[in-house]
Design a protein around this ligand. Structure first.
Ligand SMILES: [Zn+2]
Length: 438
């Protein structure tokens, strides 16, 4: 029989999924789902006597913050955050209603099932359980349920960091997405690794421009900007940046290397990684810098050779690799094009040997004695980037024990997003230990 905590977690998650809080990223098409979700959270907190602050920088884009008193006044506060918005759905791709929160064959279906109304509902259930049972967590816990993560966090975490840093006073570390789900550690899949994100790649943009002489299309020249940009893009598309052994990657490779007898030596690196199955798609992107051409353009008339043509590049940078990346990209595109750097959000990184990681491990061990918490670097971005500006070390750990062939990461933003209900029960038990003992 599931406990009250486990049952309530699943029910709260289902109620949150039923609040359509799709974030289209365009103000004209966003409704008030985030504020309705924030109000729902606020009511569930205030119902048990937890004071809240609801902010709504623009109508409909609500976030809610609360603080629980810890028993150790010397410990830095822990921020526990979850975003309340979800990405859009293409309903025809779903076999179950995306906002129905239906349960079929032990799986809960719905937009936000793993990204990340699961954690929002779980955390809500855990703090309500603390109040019911008279449990004081060790550290002060700041809870933040946030709008707008899926479009960069401008009206959620970003706005709070800019305008209400007082709400995060004393916070040293944060827990949120993306991580905590189990993946097979050994070949049999009987031993599980629980991936803990200890950092996030940076995100940057660049524009590469080629120049040439404008001419009539009927008189071809060798000085053609379009041809020049195409060559640069081709070179960049084929370029692979070197593998960089960050502390997170080292931790990951040593855990999986031991369990599977793999060396991850330079010559066999790609093959060894590919042998890990679906987890390799997540880790592969975090082993090196990437610079991906995504837009190409120039000119405008078919019969005119333009003087200028350009390409835009999506860049994902490892911690501390900013200069190496710039140099590598310049070399890859070649000397005859101009590179302009656009927005630049560096990577964030938190210690892989923090006591908090031991807390995660202990909380997992109670339920899964062979389970191992393994660090990794998230190749994407979360609200942890905003909170890093306040000096907060962000970790991604939403504990979910799932079958060996269930790829949690593949559920993110997918049709028929789903999660096993018993993984949610597991999540409630483990998260309760983490928040109590952190
Ligand atoms: Zn998310």
């Amino acid at each position: 029989m599931p406990s009250l905590l486990e049952t309530e977690a699943v029910e709260l998650i289902r109620e949150l999924i039923r609040i359509d809080s799709v974030n289209t990223g365009e103000s004209a098409t966003i409704g008030d789902g985030e504020t309705r979700a924030a109000r729902f959270v606020q009511e569930r907190l205030e119902e048990v006597g937890i004071a809240t602050t609801l902010v709504e920088p623009v109508p409909g884009r609500g976030s809610v913050v609360a603080r629980l008193k810890g028993s150790d006044p010397d410990a830095g506060a822990l921020l526990v955050h979850a975003h309340l918005d979800v990405v859009p759905v293409v309903e025809s791709d779903w076999t179950k209603p995306p906002f129905g929160a239906e349960i079929h064959d032990g799986f809960l279906y719905g937009r936000g099932a793993v990204d990340m109304k699961d954690y929002a509902g779980t955390v809500l259930a855990v703090v309500r359980h603390f109040v019911r049972e008279g449990i004081a967590p060790r550290r002060d816990i700041v809870l933040a349920f946030l709008a707008d993560e899926e479009a960069g966090g401008v009206w959620g975490a970003g706005w709070l960091v800019e305008n209400r840093p007082d709400l995060f006073e004393g916070v040293t570390e944060a827990l949120s997405e993306v991580g905590g789900f189990s993946v097979p550690l050994d070949v049999s899949g009987e031993r599980r690794a629980y991936l803990a994100a200890t950092g996030e790649k940076g995100v940057a943009w660049a524009t590469v421009t080629a120049h040439g002489h404008a001419a009539h299309g009927s008189r071809p020249t060798d000085d053609n900007a379009v041809v020049r940009i195409a060559r640069a893009v081709e070179r960049l598309g084929g370029h692979r940046f070197p593998v960089v052994r960050t502390p997170a990657l080292d931790g990951f490779l040593s855990a999986f290397g031991d369990a599977r007898g793999l060396a991850f030596a330079e010559e066999s690196f790609d093959d060894d990684l590919a042998g890990l199955g679906f987890v390799s798609t997540l880790i592969g992107a975090s082993t090196r810098n990437t610079a991906t051409p995504t837009v190409i353009g120039g000119g405008g008339k078919t019969n005119i050779i333009p003087a200028k043509a350009f390409a835009r590049v999506d860049i994902r940078i490892l911690p501390g690799e900013d200069e190496a990346l710039k140099q590598g990209l310049r070399e890859a595109v070649g000397p005859d094009v101009e590179v302009k750097w656009g927005r630049w959000w560096p990577a964030t990184v938190a210690p892989v040997d923090a006591p908090l990681i031991e807390v995660l491990q202990r909380a997992i061990t109670v339920d899964d004695p062979d389970g191992t918490v393994v660090p990794y670097l998230l190749p994407a971005s979360t609200d942890n980037k905003h909170f890093a500006r306040l000096g907060i070390h962000g970790y991604g750990f939403v504990p979910l024990r799932v079958p060996a062939d269930f790829d949690v990461f593949a559920q993110f933003h997918a049709a028929d997003e789903r999660v096993p209900v018993d993984a949610l029960h597991f999540s409630a038990r483990v998260t309760e230990r983490i928040l109590r003992e952190a």
